[in-house]
Design a protein around this ligand. Structure first.
Ligand code: NI
Length: 379
């Protein structure tokens, strides 16, 4: 009997689970993969699943080893969509479309499994946990017992595009996501006798002001970057100069050199205020996934195929948000990556408690992606 993929999507939507707790989701994915006759790849994953389709096409070339990655986790958000299939898990919601990603990937896996007699190469379907906490991709790379890939494909639901539209662009399409924290230690004293202490809050203010000048003064005006201070804390009351203060924030860049430059500049600022202000500073740089960079040739080939499928390619601005998809395509490696944005209809933005996916995009997206993988698997 033909599977109702739309109903499966609704099931995933009703059962969201946050990063590394996707137990029900994992069990469901395994169940569907087995029913569709796929081979599960032996991986040591607590949550997340890997399946493989081994092409059976006869001939001299045995094709490429390709990865198709879909993220499966949800967010700690209380859903307010009023959908008939809204979340049944209080305080948890598929607000980033990963329910759509999971369903599409299952359908793509099923389609390619049916076509394996004509398929060259091996395609690994990685159902990745914990994208939202930016550590699932690294976890799968460490514990997935994966082979070397020549190409890695991923996609994301895009609420600014309607079903039938896609965005396939070469170069950086999403930013590197790093965090930083700067701790400042001064000398605490009575609020009435500042001359007897060193106020770390004064230094923190000066650091915030200097950080605001990093992007305009250190990056080319033609390059995009963000340094946002998002949290600052120091002191507990009105008449005490505290001993310590700290601030933290995020850095977003599209280019590896800009990324290193900003990191170095943040350290330089901290050393600078230490010299000027008689304080001690400590910088904690929290390195996240690098930028998502699309390969030019893969883009061209995907665009041609999209057109054949009646999909309209729309140029979008690169996003300063990130995706740990880039962990599968390490900078400087020969692995080629392609990350496609797929129109899922007008809605509140990703991560909103009113975000919705128009599931009518499901079939067309899966057909297109299956053919793209099939075409790329040939050497
Ligand atoms: Ni997402």
């Amino acid at each position: 009997m033909e599977r109702d993929w739309n109903e499966l999507f609704c099931w995933f939507h009703r059962h969201p689970e946050i990063g590394f707790q996707e137990y029900e989701t994992t069990a469901k994915i395994r169940e569907i993969l087995k029913e569709e006759g796929l081979t599960l790849h032996p991986a040591e994953l607590e949550t997340g699943v890997i399946a493989v389709v081994e092409g059976k096409k006869p001939g001299k070339t045995n094709g490429k080893t390709i990865c198709f990655r879909a993220d499966i986790d949800a967010l700690p958000i209380e859903e307010k969509t009023n959908l008939s299939y809204a979340s049944e898990h209080p305080g948890c919601m598929h607000a980033c479309g990963h329910d759509f990603h999971t369903t599409v990937a299952l359908k793509v896996a099923s389609l390619l499994n049916q076509r394996k007699e004509n398929l060259a190469g091996r395609i690994y379907f990685v159902f990745q946990p914990a994208e939202e906490v930016a550590s699932g991709a690294e976890y799968v790379r460490k514990n997935g017992c994966l082979p070397e890939f020549s190409e890695v494909f991923g996609f994301h639901a895009e609420p600014s595009l309607r079903p039938g539209q896609v965005s396939i662009q070469s170069g950086s399409v999403m930013a590197a996501v790093d965090g930083f924290r700067i701790d400042i230690r001064g000398k605490g004293t009575h609020g009435a006798t500042p001359q007897l202490g060193v106020n770390p809050i004064t230094t923190a203010v000066s650091v915030v002001e200097k950080l605001g000048r990093v992007v305009p003064e250190q990056l080319s005006p033609l390059h995009a970057g963000v340094v946002s201070v998002t949290h600052i804390e120091g002191g507990a009351t009105w008449n005490v100069i505290p001993e310590t203060a700290f601030l933290e924030g995020t850095v977003r860049t599209m280019d590896g050199r800009d990324r290193s430059r900003i990191k170095e500049e943040i350290h330089r600022i901290a050393r600078g205020v230490e010299r000027e202000g008689r304080v001690q500073t400590k910088v904690d740089w929290q390195e996240g996934p690098s930028a998502v960079i699309n390969d030019k040739e893969l883009c061209e080939s995907a665009r041609d195929l999209a057109q054949k499928h009646g999909l309209q390619n729309v140029v979008l601005d690169p996003a300063m948000t990130g995706d740990d998809f880039s962990k599968f395509v390490p900078e400087g490696s020969d692995i080629k990556g392609l990350y496609i944005k797929v129109g899922t209809g007008s809605s509140e933005n990703l991560h909103s408690d009113r975000f919705k996916v128009d599931a009518s995009a499901l079939e067309q997206t899966a057909e297109f992606l299956a053919e793209l993988l099939e075409k790329q698997a040939v050497c």
